[in-house]
Design a protein. Structure first.
Length: 132
């Protein structure tokens, strides 16, 4: 897999302009990297590294895409391996991201419903207390 493919993985489903802004380069520069008309500059590589990207992976495809962040728990090897496999298939990564989003929305709705039920129960208790 070429650098351009790994760059596509990093961009994900974001707009190239948004990614370029985040990286402090022009969209034209990102386009040049994606079309392999120019090699990534050292300042771009430093910015990737500051975002936790494994530069060795970015340049060679070897290793994991993201370095372990300081203070974060290390993922088991099989989980990191699974993440790397998913990242090789952008369509699958997008599908999984959509599914995770739906799950998170459902969890948020369930938490909201739980809080509302607690408030309702508290109100019922108040009414019952006042009737005594």
């Amino acid at each position: 897999m070429a650098i351009s493919e790994r760059l596509k993985q990093l961009i994900g489903n974001r707009k190239q302009k948004d990614f370029a802004d985040e990286m402090g380069v022009t969209p034209t520069r990102i386009n040049q990297y994606l079309n392999e008309r120019q090699e990534p500059a050292s300042d771009f590589l430093r910015k990737l590294a500051s975002k936790g990207v494994n530069i060795n992976w970015f340049l060679t495809g070897e290793g994991v895409a993201y370095e372990k962040q300081s203070g974060s728990a290390e993922l088991p090897v099989e989980v990191q391996s699974l993440i790397n496999e998913i990242m090789k298939t952008p369509d699958l990564a997008v599908t999984i991201a959509r599914e995770l989003r739906a799950i998170l929305i459902n969890l948020a709705q369930a938490e909201h419903a739980r809080k509302m039920m607690k408030l309702s129960n508290d109100e019922i208790k108040k009414v019952l207390k006042s009737k005594k």
